[in-house]
Design a protein around this ligand. Structure first.
Ligand code: FES
Length: 156
């Protein structure tokens, strides 16, 4: 078990909130991703499986189902751009092209300088304000070229 003691201590408190220990898996995945370099490694999944009395494949099944969990190393900033129907009809493909051009990252990959990971997302439920992207967990909506330039240009 390589999980830090601080996380294990958090999990001890976390699981008290649920009728079954395994119900704490999703919040534990979030905390691991936050604390362990922004992604969930195979070793982390094995440790979580051990802690939650699950098989590693069960942890993988949950972690791989939700796009907010990163199963590979990511850049300092992660930009997930919705490409489903509402966003597509309102210019998502142009937004994707622009984001790739500004960041130097290809879709599904990280820029050479390690600053940005760009990915496509399925509908995020923000269709009324399409097009949108999720930047480091924060939604940006009603995007246009100027907004995209301003938002990404303002990142450190
Ligand atoms: S289609 Fe993009 S948020 Fe729903």
């Amino acid at each position: 078990m390589a999980l830090p003691q601080s996380l294990l201590a958090e999990f001890e408190e976390l699981v008290k909130k649920y009728p079954e220990k395994r119900a704490g898996l999703i919040p534990a995945l979030h905390r691991c991703q936050e604390e362990l370099d922004g992604w969930i490694s195979p070793e982390t999944m094995e440790d979580l499986a051990e802690y939650f009395d699950l098989e590693p494949v069960e942890v993988f099944g949950v972690a791989s189902f939700y796009p907010m969990f990163k199963l590979r190393p990511v850049g300092a900033h992660v930009i997930g751009i919705c490409h489903n129907i509402s966003c597509d009809l309102r210019g998502a493909e142009e937004i994707i092209d622009q984001v790739c051009e500004i960041t130097g990252a290809q879709v599904g990959a990280t820029s050479d300088d390690g600053r940005f990971t760009v990915q496509r997302l399925e509908c995020q439920g923000a269709c009324a304000n399409a097009p949108m992207f999720d930047l480091d967990g924060v939604y940006h909506e009603d995007l246009d070229r100027d907004k995209v330039t301003s938002i990404i240009g303002g990142l450190s």
